[in-house]
Write a protein that binds this ligand. Sequence first.
Ligand code: ACO
Length: 280
Amino acid sequence: MSEEQADTVIYTVEDGIAWVWFSRPAKRNAMSPKLNRRMMEVLDEIEYREDVGVLVLGGQGTAWSAGMDLKEYFRETEANGLRGVRKSQSESYGWFRRLRWFQKPTIAMVNGWCFGGGFGPLFACDLAICSQEAKFGLSEINWGILPGGGVTKVVVDLLSMRDAMWLTLTGDLIDGAQASAMRLVNECVPADQLESRTAEVARMLLQKNPVTLKFAKDAVRRVGLMTYDEAEDYLVRLQEAMNFHDKTEGRKEGIRQFIDEKSYKPGLGAYDKDRAKAQS
Ligand code: ACO
């Protein structure tokens, strides 16, 4: 039976959180061209929804994602020559990039298998929480290619050189606890706590000024390649741009609630953004 594109990624929005699911459990959520196209549509649909403050990316079934679909992404597109290959690459790289710079903070919630090309969306998400049942691997070496797309860059950016090299050359599987120790993910939790812990982290982010979240996540991704002086200059200007974009003037309100009202302590939590100037 042919697979409907709409079924390859599903989502719900609940209490400010968009729960987006890779949804090809029978194929271990391998990323096919249909899935890649559907994911871009989903990101389009939710990015600027006012009732979405955080995106969580999870996987249905036993996998988060078994990487690119070896049949539909590689073999079948190669049959269409260079045009086919480039088209499917642009579709997958396109939504990975879209997710990297997504307007809202994003959390990878890794429940199971995460292979090869799956490291692309893993890296694209700002934070990552995995289950103790999760298993990560760069299996490409096992069938004779380089880590898919930008994945070599992903592991070099995220990990130590030794760990990046180990995963790349051996194709060894690591479990959730190892992934957390290696800092491939922020946290590893028991499987039955994966969704509740992820929701808790998402709710923590929902308390923060949404304009600041977007500027802050972009800053972390961009400063890595800058010299210190370039970064300092960029960050000063970024803060000034943020002051312009935040029509609620949140930072003034944050100071007011602490200094004048004494209603919160910035060292211990966020100011009440719902009492800031209404957005225009
Ligand atoms: N591409 C295409 N189909 C896949 C993929 C994939 N990456 N992963 C799983 N499937 C399919 C299988 O072919 C199988 O299909 P079928 O039921 O029609 O025969 C189905 O999903 C279930 O797979 P099984 O292997 O039976 O599932 P199992 O739970 O035993 O194993 C595992 C899961 C370990 C993930 C295994 O499927 C696997 O090794 N997959 C390939 C992982 C991989 O190397 N990914 C990286 C690709 S390279 C890249 O991303 C750039």
